[in-house]
Design a protein around this ligand. Structure first.
Ligand code: CA
Ligand code: CA
Length: 149
């Protein structure tokens, strides 16, 4: 079934699951993961995700280690974008397997599973570069954010 709006993409229970997955991933890394959903975009998804990244103030973490999982739901466009502290140190196709997992779950209709799995994968990837610190702070909200574009 096609889902046209970001609001309907995940149920309230699914959003709680995603928040819990982010919280769990962030117990292993100092990196900050966010999930942002929008209805529809015209622009290139990676360019747009970079714009949203700044709009959500994700470039303001201490170690520049935020990662955004962006989904434009009606056109099924997905992007994963990391801040400087990550993207400068990883190969260009570093997030491709995460995108693949998102796309195959969306095609199968298991949207929340796909996002939770993607969050866990991003967390695993971050551990190598940004292990959890004893004085870690939760710098960015773990709640799914929804745009109205
Ligand atoms: Ca943190
Ligand atoms: Ca967080």
């Amino acid at each position: 079934m096609a889902v046209a709006t970001a609001e309907d993409f995940l149920s309230e229970a699914d959003r709680q699951r995603v928040s819990a997955a982010i919280r769990a991933a962030e117990t292993r890394t100092s990196g900050e993961i966010r999930v942002h959903l929008e209805d529809h975009i015209e622009d290139d998804v990676l360019d747009h995700a970079a714009f949203v990244f700044e709009e959500l103030d994700m470039h303001k973490t201490k170690d520049r280690n935020g990662v955004l999982i962006y989904v434009s739901v009606s056109d099924r466009k997905v992007a994963v974008i990391g801040d400087k502290g990550i993207n400068e140190r990883v190969p260009e196709n570093f997030w491709n397997d995460v995108l693949g997992v998102l796309r195959s779950h969306f095609a199968a209709g298991t949207r929340a599973d796909g996002i939770c799995e993607a969050v866990a994968m991003v967390g695993e990837k971050l551990v190598a570069f940004h292990p959890h610190q004893r004085d870690d702070r939760d710098e960015l909200s773990n709640d799914v954010s929804i745009g109205t574009r």
